[in-house]
Design a protein around this ligand. Structure first.
Ligand code: NAX
Length: 328
């Protein structure tokens, strides 16, 4: 049988943690033959709640759960970690400006990026879920680069929830099954500015764009529905998306680790592809194989798409400018 791998999860006492940890421990993320050790980070005041979650994990008697650690120290949480899911973040409080949110999170993610680079496995794969997730991933990566050791390409932000939201909207509109849809992509920031692009999307070889053939629906219904889905969930549930966010994190990590036969949207540090400045953590279409990901190259970007991509990039550039001083 395989040796256990170490999976660090931050914000372990939160809502997403409560959906995520049980699925990781049951083997849905890394495979039904891969034992895992969970290394759970949360704030000091949340340690009691983390203990409660660990009691429930114990009570599942998961065959693949080879150990658990709870801590409020990032150096302990990330020690020898093979996978890090950074879920915990500073939520936007009443009267908090966007810039305050960016700097509050900047402080968290500089510490965590450094702690990962100093303590984790050299091949660690990092996924930031906590918002603003693209810029938080950018910050963690920048802090990690100062340390060295880990691979700067392996600091990702989560766009997969947007990708999955888009797939279901398209399936419902086209009458095709979600499982038949291939080659979806969401460009840019995990925010309402993201550009869910189904120009390349197919269902059993048929073009979804041709099947739907409705530009007004794309612009006036589809994009706003996907972009504002998080707000719609809060409005309906009184709480932000949690199970679907945990599901997307599982999907992202599973495909990255085990491979995928379809395109998947990942927020990855740009290598300059499609004119996105190097290092900006941006939603791109990717393929995954043997534990590696690659940005799909050579897709045609039409005028409408150019405008959408420029718009979401502009927002990310503004976020990057707002945290630049912290990364000096
Ligand atoms: P909760 O408030 O339920 O849980 C957050 C947990 O993180 C708490 O237990 C808190 O104590 C902990 N925490 C805060 N700061 C920490 C730190 N410095 N180190 C370790 N733990 C820390 O939030 P939840 O609903 O679980 O959401 C977590 C994050 O995911 C939020 O930032 C949220 O905005 C973000 N989301 C991201 C999504 C995405 O698609 N990328 C979608 C869902 C979600 O909105």
């Amino acid at each position: 049988s395989k040796a256990p791998v170490r999976v660090a999860v931050t914000g372990a006492a939160g809502q997403i943690g409560y959906s995520l940890l049980f699925r990781i421990a049951s083997g849905e993320m890394l495979g039904k033959d891969q034992p895992v050790i969970l290394q759970l980070l949360d704030l000091p005041q949340a340690q009691k709640a983390v203990k409660g979650v660990m009691m429930e994990l114990d009570d599942c008697a998961f065959p693949l759960l080879a150990g658990m650690v709870a801590t409020d120290d990032p150096n302990v949480a990330f020690k020898d970690a093979d996978y890090c899911l950074l879920v915990g973040a500073r939520p936007r409080g009443p009267g908090m400006e966007r810039a305050d949110l960016l700097t509050a999170n900047g402080a968290i993610f500089t510490v965590q990026g450094k702690a990962i680079a100093e303590n984790a496995s050299e091949n660690v794969k990092v996924l930031v879920v906590g918002n603003p997730c693209n810029t938080n991933a950018y910050i963690a990566r920048a802090a990690a680069i100062k340390v060295g050791r880990t691979n700067p390409a392996n600091y990702h932000g989560m766009l997969r929830l947007d990708h999955n939201r888009a797939l279901t909207q398209l399936a419902q509109k086209s009458g095709r099954s979600v499982s038949s849809l291939k080659k979806m992509v969401v460009w840019g920031n995990h925010s309402p500015s993201m550009y869910a692009d189904y120009r390349f999307c197919t269902s059993n070889g048929d073009s979804i764009k041709d099947l739907i053939n409705d530009h007004a629906w794309n612009n006036d219904v589809f994009l706003p529905t996907v972009g504002k889905r998080g707000a719609a969930i809060i409005e309906a549930r009184g709480l932000s998306s949690a199970a679907s966010a945990a599901n997307a994190a599982i999907d992202h990590m599973r495909d990255w680790a085990l491979g995928s036969d379809d395109w998947v949207t990942m927020g990855v540090p740009s290598d300059g592809s499609y004119g996105i400045p190097e290092g900006v953590v941006f939603g791109f279409p990717c393929e995954c194989k043997n534990g590696e990901f690659k940005i799909i190259q050579g897709l045609e970007i039409d005028e409408y798409s150019k405008g959408k991509i420029a718009n979401t990039l502009k927002e990310l550039e503004e976020e990057r400018a707002a945290v630049a001083d912290m990364l000096k």
